[in-house]
Design a protein around this ligand. Sequence first.
Ligand code: RUB
Length: 319
Amino acid sequence: MAVEVPGEVRRIAEDIKTMRIRGAGRIARAAARALMIAAQEYNSGGLDEFLAYMEDVARLLVSTRPTAVSLPNAVNYVMRVLRENRFQSLEDARRAVVEAARGFIEYSEQAVKRIGEIGARLIRTGDRILTHCNSSAVESILVTAWRSGKRFHVYATETRPRFQGYITARNLAKAGIPVTLVPDSAVLQVIETKRITRVIVGADTVTANGAVINKIGTSQIALAARLHRVSFIVATETYKFSPYTVVGQPVEIEERPPEEVLENPPPGIRIRNPAFDATPPEYIDMIVTERGIIPPKSAALVLWEMFRRSPAEVHQLRV
Ligand code: RUB
């Protein structure tokens, strides 16, 4: 890279890569913050160099994890101000980046809150809710519903191999919500015997045809829910809808290190560790977004409203 990337920005990129910062929403906000810091700390040259340096930072951030589209969407949202405007001075360009990044972070935080308000209306006293992994959008719904006086029980999967379910269980317990942690392999049994009334999960990416990419194991849970006619709800901010899928670009499923599954596998044993899977729209009853509740088949409409780009223009999207 021509200009050195500030240490804090490199640290954020590393934290996303190693999952110290994780979850699609948090990753997106961290990337926006990293762009803001990069712009604020730049002191090496003129406007043209600044623009090239910011593109390098954008590429660095987007390369950290491949699956959650919230990451390139957040980066593109901020970088768009540089790409689509002609600035007279470095200071103007810097200010525009900082404003756009702040705008994204604020939108994102408000969106999670709004999803909580909208989604909480779906929860009834007496519900037995199953969730998977750790999603701030799902937590927002559950905590908002609980604070509004509804009483229910949550079953949280452990979510092997990284055990993000423990984060969910801990956060819900802290909010006073009764929560039971279950192994991932117990899902079908729990749905049957605990008579689960709703499954609510988050999303890393929503495709144009309404499929939801989320933590590995989500699609199995959707199948189990369908078998027992339990409603399957996804909670997600709209910046997790993927414009790239409008032109049929497949979503890359992150393959993580085998050591996360087994540190020292005996000789002759191979390990696969895909981190996400795709749940088809047929298994999803509704998607709760900050703009309201939609059926999965309306994902393309949300994408059009957000990006208003023709397929040809989507092909031109950078990063
Ligand atoms: C996290 C995960 C979460 C979504 C939604 O995977 O799959 O369900 O990212 O989370 P990982 P949120 O732990 O591998 O990042 O609602 O917080 O964006």
